[in-house]
Design a protein around this ligand. Structure first.
Ligand SMILES: C[S@@+](CC[C@H](N)C(=O)[O-])C[C@H]1O[C@@H](n2cnc3c(N)ncnc32)[C@H](O)[C@@H]1O
Length: 350
């Protein structure tokens, strides 16, 4: 019996081990440098952070004046369950308010554990303007849903795979959220607790004795405007003349593009691109049409084989150049397939 319980606890701890990846100050600084203008006169809330150890707290407290922040609130969750890894007496969660002067009296204990979903924590969320943190990975969907429900500005860390969650992709599709600047190896690594086993090459112990693991699979997700979102992807390849490199899908009227840098500059129709496209996405240049599925609602396929998740997009700039209507009138009637292709080619060469 004991053995069984221990197994299930270990399983749970293993499953949620990413919840204990703590963010390094250097990674916070390297992303936050692009958002400085957003924080003036704002209340910032880090709702999954122990102010005694969180580098998000450290970053905002030490840049408080420079950023012109009105108030910083940092809330610490305290797990109420006593288990193999947590055999201390349970304590309530608490939050700390910082207005530029450190004062221990600003610590307030919650009645409960400080869960970001609790009414007490939501009350703080509602008072705040921008939420910035690295939330528990296992609760990512719920975490984002709460931010959207309360119409909050945010900048958070998540796993790259989160893009493929239908709830998150829907938000990206509706332009309610987008990727931040750093992604994958751009986020150098996370501090992990003592009991976390370091294995593989992507681990180290830093000069301060912190155990660091670099999963290289994380991203920043935000709804704060950033310059990158307004920069066009430089397109150099052409579809016409290189059709063989861009096979047509079996179940969708579109072509497959394996790398974002290979998106052809002259293709007006639908194109399936890898999810990393989103890191470069400028909504003025491209329109996101659909995710992953063809007309039959099965995964997009080429001669029966499915490439890894594709996002269907269309080049907006080419749609605007000439309207099809104009071309039809000019030609005094309907175009043949050959004529249509020529028109597309001409548009591509403009
Ligand atoms: C991935 S760690 C990141 C910690 C910190 N935000 C950072 O970036 O260093 C997630 C944190 O969320 C806390 N946490 C877990 N479940 C939570 C919940 N339901 N509500 C609030 N915080 C939670 C964990 O204790 C852990 O400190």
């Amino acid at each position: 019996m004991t053995r069984k319980v221990q197994h299930s606890l270990l399983g749970k701890a293993k499953k949620n081990k990413n919840d204990e990846f703590y963010t390094q100050l250097s990674d916070i600084e390297s992303e936050l440098q692009y958002y400085k203008s957003h924080f003036k006169d704002k209340i910032v809330f880090c709702n999954c952070d122990d102010p005694r150890t969180s580098n998000f707290f450290k970053y905002f407290a030490s840049n408080f004046k420079e950023l012109g922040i009105k108030k910083l609130i940092t809330a610490c969750y305290r797990e109420q369950e006593i288990n193999l890894f947590n055999n201390k007496e349970v304590e309530n969660g608490f939050f700390f308010e910082y207005t530029g002067v450190e004062d221990e009296n600003n610590i307030v204990y919650f009645q409960g554990d400080g869960d970001f979903r609790s009414n007490e924590s939501i009350e703080l969320l509602m008072q705040s303007d921008i939420i910035v943190t690295n939330p528990p990975f296992s609760l990512f969907r719920e975490y984002v849903a709460q931010l959207i429900k309360h119409d909050k500005k945010f900048l958070i860390i998540g796993n790259i795979n989160a893009i493929t969650y239908k709830e998150i992709f829907k938000l990206i599709h509706k332009n309610k959220t987008w990727l931040g600047i750093k992604l994958g190896r751009g986020i150098s690594g996370f501090i992990v607790p003592e009991h976390y086993e370091l294995y593989g090459t992507e681990t180290k112990i830093d000069s301060q004795g912190n155990r660091i693991i670099s999963p290289n699979n994380c991203l920043w997700l935000t709804n704060l405007d950033i310059f990158k979102r307004h920069e066009d992807i430089a397109l150099t390849k052409k579809y016409y003349g290189n059709e063989i490199e861009y096979p047509h899908y079996d179940n969708y009227d579109g072509i497959n593009v394996n790398k974002t840098k290979d998106i052809p500059l002259d293709y007006k129709g639908f194109m399936g691109v890898p999810i990393t496209f989103l890191h470069k996405f400028n909504p003025d240049q491209f329109e996101i049409i659909k995710f992953r599925k063809g007309n039959d609602e099965k995964d997009l396929s080429i001669k029966g084989k499915c490439p890894y998740f594709r996002i269907l997009i269309r080049n907006k700039r080419l749609q605007n150049k000439f309207s099809d209507k104009k071309v039809l009138i000019k030609n005094n009637g309907l175009l043949s397939i050959e004529q249509t292709r020529n028109v597309q080619q001409n548009i591509g060469s403009q």
